[in-house]
Design a protein around this ligand. Structure first.
Ligand SMILES: [Fe+2]
Ligand SMILES: [Fe+2]
Length: 213
């Protein structure tokens, strides 16, 4: 049994998550594999920040599902190359709450739901959906926010090219303490050359998260 561990038969509950992720990956304008990349990077940051091991599974599951609300957003908006109108931006910005509502049908874990809801909050309070500021944003969501942004910068999007690694590092440093928690950015930049946890290890942590629900 080699290859992508996420393709192997998974317990029933995980299949449901898998279906959501597959649907998300198929959305035009969404980068396939983004969810898994964010999950792996978030786990590396969490370990560097010494988040207790028993809190990692829920954090990993939240990171994996962070953008799941985008399955409700019209693909033409996700992949739009031209600037979004304020109304279109407003629709895209509903995805954290939509994702939380979707998962809340089967999950009550506050860390999982919190990561999904608050991954676009900003350290300076200018994020959404709740405008939380600083340490009022739970650490797992701050970690995923930094991991998500750095991953997105290196992937590129329909409306902008992928940034070089050095450029993404510079951008994250510039935004530390404004958009992102300084400690999360430091952990990220400290380990930029270090490998993210392998998919197998990430999957093991996720399994624990699912089993603990
Ligand atoms: Fe998002
Ligand atoms: Fe994302």
């Amino acid at each position: 049994m080699t290859g992508d561990p996420f393709q192997r038969p998974l317990p029933k509950l995980e299949w449901r998550f898998r279906e959501f992720l597959d649907e998300l990956d198929r959305c035009e304008g969404y980068v396939p594999g983004h969810s898994v990349a964010v999950c792996r990077l978030a786990l590396r940051l969490a370990r560097a920040l010494e988040v207790p091991e028993d809190e990692l599974p829920a954090l990993a599951l939240g990171a994996l599902m962070h953008d799941v609300g985008k399955v409700f957003v019209d693909s033409s908006l996700l992949g739009k190359e031209a600037a979004l109108t304020p109304a279109e931006l407003g629709i895209i910005r509903l995805h954290p709450e939509l994702g939380e509502a979707l998962l809340a049908e089967s999950i009550a874990h506050p860390t999982v739901l919190g990561v999904v809801r608050w991954h676009h909050e900003r350290w300076d309070g200018g994020g959404y959906p709740d405008g939380l500021r600083g340490s009022a944003i739970p650490l797992p969501a701050r970690i995923v926010a930094a991991a998500d942004a750095f991953t997105a910068m290196s992937e590129g999007r329909a409306y902008r090219r992928a940034r070089e690694a050095g450029e993404a590092v510079g951008e994250m440093s510039r935004l530390a303490g404004r958009q992102f928690d300084q400690a999360c950015v430091e952990a990220l930049l400290d380990g930029v050359d270090r490998p993210k946890p392998g998919r197998k290890r990430a999957l093991r942590t996720l399994r624990q998260g699912v089993q603990a629900l």
